[in-house]
Design a protein around this ligand. Sequence first.
Ligand code: S3P
Length: 172
Amino acid sequence: MLNIFLIGMPGSGKSTTGKILAKKLALNFIDLDIFIEEKYNKKVEDIFEENGEDFFRIIERDCLDEILNLKNNFLLALGGGTPCFFNNMTKIKQNGFCIYLQFKSTELANRIVSNKNKRPLFKNLNEIEVLDKVKVLLRAREIFYSEAQLVINELEYDENKLVELIKNKLSK
Ligand code: S3P
């Protein structure tokens, strides 16, 4: 059984990278936000808006549990906040191999600004406010993210190398 979890801030490319890696490693790709949206038939940004973040964090945890209980051999792209609530990070590490896609706050902010209205945490913020918020979130979250078994820095990022690195780590 092989399960891989991708974690990192919004804008770190978890979904895009996740799809490519899953294909290369012959794993089923699951995106936690999409799993939630399909189960509740509602966009994540609407859940935030209508039910609030606390409610979102509960259903996010419950959907993570559901995937862990029902599925195997997957690559799961988590939401940016997933590892930082409840004991999610402990469960993630107990159920597979966790990779943190690490980017600098300036790079993340640039990526987020281009589609911030789809991201509830950054909606209605200007560019400077987005960067400030990214810095605050990253400072608080790094402690959870850095628990990952593998940290990939933006500078060493390359999909083919990443696949080799994962295979190497898993064979040990
Ligand atoms: C969140 C990130 C989002 C989504 C929700 C909350 C966060 O996922 O789960 O908007 O707290 O960072 P992405 O990281 O895929 O954007």
